[in-house]
Design a protein around this ligand. Structure first.
Ligand SMILES: Cc1cc2nc3c(=O)[nH]c(=O)nc-3n(C[C@H](O)[C@H](O)[C@H](O)COP(=O)(O)OP(=O)(O)OC[C@H]3O[C@@H](n4cnc5c(N)ncnc54)[C@H](O)[C@@H]3O)c2cc1C
Length: 384
């Protein structure tokens, strides 16, 4: 029997599995997802105080749709022999979907790096939550004022003093100037201090040292300086982009028998942009890549990847949130109104479970512009 193998059990891998099961219908086709984890981890929720709420058992999605789960890590992809090696075991495939995601960029040679915290993985977020549990007076240093660092800093500000450090001269450098005023206002409101144009060069017991030699108090230092695609991408392509992602075509194919999805894929979004390393793109990428991997084997027409409009919803803790539209990230909702949207997004990213019909119907719905997303035209949502 022909075999579709999917590497990764995040948003892209899980939705690839559902997409492949959708294309399979009643045909004979084996689908296997390989990932070491027992749960789909909802990484966008890891800044929340209870990270264990941010997970869904993979079996509740995969079992109803007839997808096998091999709990293992892939070390080798042999595209010549069409085999992957997972925990020493060879697994053959006819079509492969690489969806092994991304990881936080780690500091190189930083003294005290073992003391760093992060919210990149469930284990990391648990460790941070456990460390701060029942403390109301911590001093936290957050390194990296990008999307994740801003969510971490504003969440931590609810329980203590926070210092946000970034090499850039501005906060939210990658987000561009569109939402900066609202972000700075939120940081001011929450009393989050900033040290810009610098970084942390050493971490010790209760302190961190900045690049200019200044020592600052720090009960925790949260490292949050960007994400890089899984190293497995190197086994698929020599032409990775600056995030380590594999270039793919509109049908998410990288090689004749290999499709790529999620944070490992540099898929075209429009004439100017590739997709973001974001679950808002990982989900539709997975649906299309998995569908196409199965469709290719079954002689069914393949689907082009088209995403919904690009939006951003950034949680700003006690100062609410901001919701932006477009690549210039125009703020169309802020404060409590945007926080309500964020709360709904954080629920909407949970996949349906236990019901094959619902899971396959969701896999068929690629384009995501949720009805509760604020629209610029309406102007009815108050901007704080
Ligand atoms: C704190 C935080 C907040 C975020 N907020 C948002 C947000 O608000 N909006 C948004 O759109 N995005 C957000 N993101 C980004 C989003 O979480 C990622 O883009 C998304 O998780 C990518 O999904 P993925 O399936 O491609 O990869 P991942 O979620 O990284 O999953 C990868 C999977 O592959 C598995 N894997 C890795 N290596 C191997 C291997 N060698 N063999 C087998 N399996 C392997 C892993 O175990 C995992 O199951 C946030 C991320 C973080 C960390």
């Amino acid at each position: 029997m022909a075999h579709v193998v999917i590497i990764g059990g995040g948003f892209a891998g899980v939705w690839s599995a559902a997409g492949a099961a959708l294309a399979r219908g009643d045909a004979d086709l084996r689908i296997t997802l390989i990932a070491p984890n027992e749960h789909l981890v909802l990484r966008p929720r890891l800044y929340e105080p209870e990270p264990d709420l941010a997970k869904v058992a993979l079996s509740r999605v995969l079992d109803p749709i007839g997808v096998e789960h091999l709990r293992a890590s892939v070390s080798t992809i042999d595209t010549g022999r069409r085999v992957v090696v997972a925990d020493g075991q060879e697994v053959g495939y006819d079509r492969l979907v690489l969806a092994a995601g991304s990881r936080l960029v780690q500091p190189e040679g930083l003294p005290g790096a073992d003391r760093l915290f992060d919210i990149d993985t469930l284990d990391g977020a648990r460790r941070l939550a456990d460390h701060l549990r029942d403390r109301t007076d911590h001093t936290a240093v957050v390194v990296g004022a990008g999307f994740v660092g801003l969510e971490a800093a504003t969440a931590l500000a609810a329980h203590g003093r926070v210092l946000l450090v970034d090499r850039s001269a501005v906060v939210g450098h990658q987000l561009g100037p569109g939402p900066r005023e609202e972000i700075e206002a939120a940081l001011d409101e929450l009393g989050v201090e900033r040290r810009l144009g610098t970084t942390v060069v050493e971490v010790g017991d209760g302190y961190a040292v900045l690049a200019d030699g200044t020592e600052v108090e720090a009960d925790v230092v949260v490292w949050s300086v960007g994400m890089r695609a899984s190293e497995l991408t190197r086994q698929i392509s020599d032409e990775l982009d600056h995030l380590g992602r594999v270039p793919v075509d509109q049908q998410l194919r990288a090689l004749p028998e290999v499709f790529v999805a999620g944070d490992t894929a540099a898929a075209p979004f429009d004439a100017e942009h590739t997709v973001m390393q974001a679950c808002q793109h990982a989900t539709p990428l997975g649906k299309v890549a998995g569908y196409n991997a199965a469709a290719d084997l079954l002689g069914v027409p393949l689907r082009d990847f088209t995403s919904g409009p690009y939006v951003t919803c950034l949680d700003l803790g006690g100062a609410g949130a901001i919701f932006t539209r477009g690549w210039d990230r125009r703020v169309v909702a802020a404060g409590a109104a945007a926080k309500e949207v964020k709360t709904r997004i954080n629920q909407a990213i949970h996949p349906p479970v236990d019901d094959a019909h619902e899971i396959l119907a969701a896999a068929d719905l690629v384009y995501l512009d949720l009805p509760f997303f604020p629209r610029a035209e309406e102007e009815s949502v108050p901007v704080a």
